[in-house]
Write a protein that binds this ligand. Sequence first.
Ligand code: ADP
Ligand code: MG
Length: 625
Amino acid sequence: MSRIHLLSSRLANQIAAGEVVERPASVVKEVLENSLDAGATRVDIDVESGGGKLIRIRDNGAGMAPDDLPMALARHATSKIASLEDLERVASLGFRGEALASIGSVSRLTITSNDQDQGSEGSSAACEGRDMTVQVKPAPHPRGTTVEVRDLFFNTPARRKFMRTEKTEFNHLEEVVKRLALSCFDVAFSLRHNGRVLHNLKPGNTQAERQRRVATVCGPAFMEQALYIEADVPPLKLWGWVGLPTFSRSQADLQYFFVNGRVIRDRLIAHAVKQAYRDVLYHGRHPAFVLYLELDPAQVDVNVHPTKHEVRFRDGRAVHNFVFSSLHRALADVRPADQLPDHVVAAGDGTTIDTETGEIRTQGGLAWGVAESGDGENMGGGSLVRGAHPTSGYSGNMGDRRVRTAYQSLDQIQAYNRLHPNLPDRATDEEVPPLGYALAQLKGIYILAENTYGLVLVDMHAAHERITYERLKTAREREGIRSQPLLVPQSVAVSQREVQVAGEYGALFQRLGLAVDVAGEEVLVIRQIPVSLRDSDVEQLLRDVLADLIEFGSSERIEAHMDEILSTMACHGSVRANRRLTIAEMNALLREMEETERSGQCNHGRPTWTQLGLDELDKLFLRGR
Ligand code: ADP
Ligand code: MG
């Protein structure tokens, strides 16, 4: 007998299952993806004991004919691609044709399906970790498919040992459902665990409905502090919600990135996002985002990993650049007006007037997707979600601002004027600026101001620091980076690849005030450096930059380092605590904050101001309105 023999199909499938079916959550991912590929508009997920005992997923998609069932369970059998060209432009979530075979080899699997609306009963097929001899029997089922997976890993004890507690497994499974729910807003999802309905997501594709789903999945707090962005630079399109820097997280646990509807984890994307938040996020904090990148399927290779969590971009650098610049712009553009609360309760009786249409809306009406309660999506309350309007530019919220303006120009202003007849810097018939007018200074640290919503508190040093810092950066951009030659040029031993990259990016170095020459196959020489970096470890900086360039095709390390130096200068040059400011000086600072990019955070990512709305103040005093 030959020493080498073919594996039994069961063992081959179990080996494949080792890659694809790690835990109950992976089963849910594969089966749900099949439902979505089948065009389902509703999927119901029913789970027992964290998924270990039972996972049942029912959809109303295209369904399968009786003859299809054995094929669906066979390995390397798919209806989604037929040729290499298809593989190179996959638009479906699945294409490997091995998920059901793998799952069937490590569980008791039953598929019941029907591809007809009428005239056909439906059929079912089962396999039980045995060699794949599949019996097809008639079984009633409406159009669509139900996949039932019982006793996962019943025949693979080693795998079963790796299963965690029911709760942990369920958390993973729920996370998979959330991701897929965010990937297709027009599909209804329900999730039941041990007989209890935990999620019931309604379908919808209007902006308000999408926002409601994001708020349900990611929490209403995220939605309230998220910015809607949309950037369309053919052939690339990016849209979605990014958390304001003040909504940062201690972990990278609220980050969803979809490429053509497929959720992915990607170092290139992670780097681009991190770089975009560089100047506004508190050290060690993580941004929150739900972002969708759309591009020609031929431009992404999805056949990189069995679970398809990773992709490879044909032009990674362009994608990196696009994601970075879209987010960077959007975050820089955040102004105090965007950060004001969106529930207009504080401003009066809750009526808003649209200045363009003249439409009058009352609080709790249908404007901007006010959450209706009791619809199964537990968003709670009647708060208005921010970032409501998709715009063609990079950031949304124009709609909110317009409505707010209408408000402010009415009796608020007059009431305000009656209260403060002697305030300087205040045009009587003009609207109240977002950060309002200064009232006083507290303990030499905070500025107290009044705006339409109530009280504004500003950390005066933090705010001034950001203003000075942004000014220094603007000056640097305007005047260019001053650089000086090194007295003794510094040689740096590097790899051949690094030498090559240094050559490719010569123009970048030049723009940053660095002169780097190639002095040998594995040697670079630094001849000239920016004046501001004269006390820095330029050699280390150069090495880090080269590493970035090799991996991501871009690096902001030099800018980041120069920014850090500017930031320290700004800190020293800014108003210290305990300096008395006049009301006029305070107002000037408020106006500058409104004009300054990223003014919501100081250079270290801490907030520079906060709003205490009248509603919140009323609550403190148990005062009903
Ligand atoms: P893949 O999704 O990679 O094609 P699978 O093993 O997951 O491989 O599924 C095999 C085939 O079974 C699919 O190509 C599809 O034709 C069919 N199928 C699986 N699930 C469903 C479903 N819920 N509705 C309709 N067809 C399905
Ligand atoms: Mg599949």
